[in-house]
Design a protein around this ligand. Structure first.
Ligand SMILES: [Zn+2]
Length: 224
């Protein structure tokens, strides 16, 4: 699993190796290779200088791994939910697996909160040239996540977020998110058992793929 390869590092390291492109480009790029959003050349880390006492220091300041404070908090919380001992719901101890929600269902709800912040970020960055009041008005009219994935997404980009994922080569992530969206709605409308152990497992296994898929779609939409 992807997190076994982190060797004890935090799940926030999903963001390590990435930086903001900068200037007019909100693209998220790796240190090596051109920016996927604007095509700018690889970042140049070769410029060094020698100080008076003979030490060599980097004169180039890196914009820093991309990832907001909320990304850090959410990823830490997801990791904590996954790693802490599982405590079954006491009252449901004798129900069958089909009838009870996963004891780790909170992880899926948390993830969905994190996902919603990234969808808002995508809309805001891609539409940054709209007058601010128009953008705010659109986001207010389409405040629900379903609306932002479908209706507002169609208004801004002529497609849906899930179809955009498929177009970028992430069909499996699109299917997973679409399923989680449905189950999360069922969960909050009287059917908590919709989020079962299989849902939790599928989400955690694919968290890294989902992370990379979001970055790819984001970069494609925020091109200067
Ligand atoms: Zn760029």
């Amino acid at each position: 699993m992807w997190y076994d390869e982190l060797a004890g590092k935090s799940w926030f390291s999903l963001w390590s190796g990435y930086m903001l492109c900068g200037g007019d480009c909100p693209g998220i790029r790796r240190h090596e290779g051109p920016c996927p959003a604007c095509g700018a050349a690889p970042a140049d880390f070769s410029s060094t200088r020698t100080t008076s006492d003979g030490r060599t220091t980097l004169a180039y300041i890196v914009a820093g791994a991309e990832g907001r404070y909320e990304d850090y908090i959410y990823l830490q919380m997801l990791q904590r939910e996954w790693e802490r001992p599982v405590v079954e719901f006491q009252a449901l101890a004798h129900s069958s697996n089909v009838e009870r929600p996963s004891a780790q269902a909170a992880l899926v709800l948390l993830f969905w909160g994190y996902f919603e912040t990234r969808i808002e970020r995508l809309h805001r960055s891609a539409m940054r040239k709209l007058p601010q009041r128009v953008l705010e008005d659109q986001l207010k009219r389409h405040s629900g996540i379903g609306s932002r994935l479908f209706d507002l997404y169609r208004i801004f980009f002529g497609t849906t977020y899930f179809d955009d994922l498929r177009d970028q080569g992430f069909a499996a992530v699109a299917d997973l998110l679409s399923d989680i969206h449905k189950r999360r709605n069922e969960f909050s409308h009287g059917k908590p058992q919709a989020i079962n152990d299989a849902t939790v497992k599928a989400l955690v296994e694919n968290l890294k793929a989902e992370h990379e898929a979001w970055i790819a779609v984001y970069n494609n939409r925020v091109r200067p």
